[in-house]
Write a protein that binds this ligand. Structure first.
Ligand code: UGA
Length: 433
C-alpha cells in the first residue's frame, strides 16, 4: 500500500514516520520548503522523543519514507491520502478554521487519476469529511474515491508509543470497500489486539472532539475540586486517588494544576461548543470548562503575587515553559501566560526549560533564560514549578537557598511533598493542598 500524508505538523509527521515503521511506502508533503529540506536531512522541526531516529531509519536505511514539496507529483499513485493539515481556532468565532483542509481537498481533486481513499486525520468538526467529498466530487467521479474519517489520539511527548500502541483506532467509513482497506492498513496493530471501532464518518468526527472535551472536563473538574480542597484543608491528590481507584472514574487526567494548555484541548473544546451552538444543542457544560480554564491563570498569578508579596522590580524563577513535559511546544502554555501576567506587574521572570526555551523566547522576548534550573533560581523571591519535567522532581533546595533567602515554592503540578520542603525552611504552596 502506498500512502501520502499532506501536512507535516505534529500529527502528519508522526503518522508518516510510524506508517513507514509499519512497512508502508509513505510520502509526506508540505508546502514549506525549508521544513521539507530539514526533514530530508532527518531534522525534525519540533522536539519529540524518538522521532529523529525513526526519520533517519526510514529515510536512509529502509527508504520507505520521503518528503516532498509537490502535492501534484506525490499523490497520483497513492492508495490512501491523509489530510493532516492544521485546523486552528478562528480568531473571533472560536470555531475551527478549515481553509487549509478545503485547499488540500481542491488540490487532491486536481491530482488523482486512480481509485484512492482520502482520509481526514486532522481534528475536524462533524460534517467536514463529507464536505471534502463534495469538493473532490466536483472533479472526480464518486466511484473513483472514498472518504474516511480516522481521527488521531496521540499525545505530544509520547506520540510514537501512542501511535504504535493505541487504546483504539477509530475509522468512520461510508462503505465496505473503504472499511476493508482501512482495516488492512491497521493490520499491524491486530497482534496487539487493538480495538478497532468502525463507525460512520460523523460518529468518528464527533468521537475525537468528545474525547478531548471529556478529558478537558476531567481536568477542569479536578481543578475546581482542588480550589475547594485549599479552602477546607483537604488534599486534592488524596481526593483524586480516592476517586480514581473507582474503575468507572479512572485515575488518569485527574492531576490538578494550572489548567490545560497545548495546541489541542483549548482549541477543540471551543470548536465543539461552536458545533453544538450551530445545531442548537445545549453543551453548556463545556462552556463552563472553557471559561474556568481561561480564568484559572489569572487567579493563580494573583495568588503567587499575594503570597510571595511580589512588587515591581522583584525577581521570580519559573521552571518549565512548555505546555507539558517532553515537548518543546509552548502553544497555549500556562507557564507563558503566567509569565506575561507577572511581567505586566513589572516583575522579572527568570526561567529554564530543558527543551522549550527557543520557542518561548520567540513568544516572549522579555523572558530571562538560563542554562540550568539552578542558575534560573539564583537570587529570586519565589520559584514557580510550571511543568513537571523529570529533572525538576529532585532539586537540591539547600543549594538553591544559599543565594535566595525566605524562598517560597509554588509547585503548580504537585511534584513535591509539602512537609519535606517546609522542613528545609522554605514556604510551600501546592495546588489544592
Ligand atoms: C491531547 C490528547 O490527550 C490526545 O489524545 C489528542 O490526540 C491530542 O490532544 C490531540 O488532539 O492532538 P496533548 O495536547 O498532547 O494530547 O496533551 P495531554 O497530555 O492531553 O495534555 C493536555 C493538557 O492537559 C496539558 O496542558 C497538561 O498539562 C494538562 N493536564 C493533563 C492536566 O492539567 N492534568 C492532567 O491530569 C492531565
Amino acid at each position: 500500500m502506498k500512502l501520502a500524508i499532506i501536512g507535516t505538523g505534529y500529527v502528519g509527521l508522526i503518522t508518516g514516520a510510524c506508517f513507514a515503521e509499519f512497512g508502508y511506502q509513505t510520502v509526506c508533503i508540505d508546502k514549506d520548503e525549508n521544513r521539507v529540506n530539514d526533514l530530508n536531512n532527518s531534522k525534525c522541526p519540533f522536539y519529540e522523543p524518538g522521532i529523529e531516529d525513526l526519520l533517519d531509519k526510514h529515510l536512509n536505511k529502509t527508504k520507505l519514507l520521503s518528503f516532498s514539496n509537490s502535492l501534484s507529483a506525490s499523490i497520483h499513485d497513492a492508495d490512501i491520502i491523509f489530510i493532516t493539515v492544521g485546523t486552528p481556532t478562528k480568531r473571533i468565532e472560536g470555531e475551527a478554521d478549515l481553509s487549509f483542509v478545503w485547499n488540500v481537498a481542491e488540490e487532491i481533486s486536481n491530482n488523482i487519476n486512480k481509485y484512492c481513499i482520502v482520509v481526514t486525520k486532522s481534528t475536524v468538526p462533524v460534517g467536514t469529511t463529507k464536505e471534502v467529498k463534495s469538493i473532490i466530487a466536483k472533479k472526480i467521479n464518486e466511484k473513483n474515491f472514498d472518504v474516511v474519517s480516522n481521527p488521531e489520539f496521540l499525545r505530544e511527548g509520547s506520540a510514537i508509543n501512542d501511535f504504535m500502541r493505541p487504546d483504539r483506532v477509530v475509522i468512520g467509513c461510508e462503505n465496505k470497500k473503504s472499511e476493508d482497506i482501512m482495516k488492512e492498513l491497521y493490520r499491524p496493530l491486530y497482534l496487539l489486539e487493538t480495538p478497532l471501532i468502525s463507525t460512520t464518518v460523523e460518529s468518528a468526527e464527533i468521537t475525537k472532539y468528545a474525547s478531548n472535551s471529556f478529558l478537558a472536563t476531567k481536568i477542569s473538574f479536578i481543578n475546581q475540586v482542588a480550589d475547594l480542597c485549599e479552602k477546607v484543608g483537604a488534599d486534592v491528590q488524596d481526593v483524586a486517588k480516592g476517586m480514581g481507584i473507582d474503575k468507572r472514574i479512572g485515575n488518569k487526567f485527574l492531576h490538578a494544576g494550572p489548567g490545560y494548555g497545548g495546541s489541542c484541548f483549548p482549541k477543540d473544546v471551543k470548536a465543539f461548543i461552536t458545533t453544538a451552538q450551530k445545531h442548537d444543542v445545549d453543551l453548556s457544560i463545556l462552556s463552563s470548562v472553557d471559561t474556568f480554564n481561561e480564568n484559572r491563570i489569572n487567579k493563580i498569578s494573583k495568588k503567587i503575587i499575594s503570597k510571595a508579596n511580589l512588587n515591581k522590580g522583584d525577581y521570580v524563577s519559573l521552571l518549565g515553559l512548555s505546555f507539558k513535559p517532553n515537548t518543546d511546544d509552548v502553544r497555549d502554555s500556562t507557564s507563558l501566560k503566567i509569565t506575561k501576567l507577572l511581567q505586566d506587574r513589572g516583575i522579572f521572570v527568570k526561567a529554564f526549560d530543558p527543551e522549550a526555551m527557543d520557542n518561548a523566547k520567540k513568544e516572549n522576548t522579555e523572558l530571562q533564560l538560563f542554562d540550568s534550573a539552578y542558575e534560573a533560581c539564583e537570587d529570586t523571591k519565589a520559584i514557580i514549578i510550571g511543568t513537571e519535567w523529570n529533572e525538576f522532581r529532585a532539586l537540591n533546595f539547600l543549594k538553591i537557598q544559599k543565594s535566595s533567602k525566605n524562598l517560597i515554592i509554588f509547585d503548580l503540578r504537585n511534584i513535591y511533598n509539602a512537609k519535606e520542603i517546609e522542613e528545609l525552611g522554605l514556604q510551600y504552596f501546592g495546588t489544592g493542598k
